[in-house]
Ligand binder design. Structure first.
Ligand SMILES: [Zn+2]
Length: 141
């Protein structure tokens, strides 16, 4: 019998999908019309959500994942154990490069990040899979 190291995460993604889907509805995306919601689960079982917020000065746009994590910090959340991104795109939406760096700041390398959509598709990664050899606070003197 073959041993596997790729175990299914023990995370119930359904509450995160529910919260991220609600946040998705609040997205401010008049330029791209690419709505995104995100939800993060902390060690105390709290769920925090966020949506993408665009700006007429496009570079100032902030993704749902970063807004979600900022909200969690603002609410004095415990350690974030999981994060989920929700879109209504046929292809699942992984976090962008900037968000991967911010995710690596607040989630352990072995923590799970998922993408879900309205078609009930779900893909799960570890933080390490999304951003190998991440620059993290552990590297600071
Ligand atoms: Zn992003």
């Amino acid at each position: 019998m073959e041993l596997t190291t790729n175990k299914e995460p023990l995370i119930d993604w359904n509450p995160l999908i529910k919260h991220a889907k609600q946040a998705y509805k609040n997205a401010y995306a008049p330029y791209s019309n690419f709505h995104v919601g995100a939800a993060a689960l902390d060690a105390d079982g709290n769920i925090f959500s966020g949506c993408n917020v665009e700006n007429a000065s496009y570079g100032l746009t902030v993704c749902a994942e970063r807004n979600c994590l900022s909200f969690a910090v603002n609410q004095q959340s415990a350690k974030i154990n999981a994060l989920l991104v929700y879109t209504e795109q046929e292809k699942l939406t992984p976090p962008c490069g900037a968000c991967r760096q911010v995710i690596a700041e607040f989630l352990d390398q072995g923590a799970h990040v998922a993408s879900a959509n309205h078609l009930n598709n779900l893909q799960v990664w570890t933080v390490k899979q999304l951003l190998p050899d991440a620059f993290t606070p552990k590297l600071l003197p």
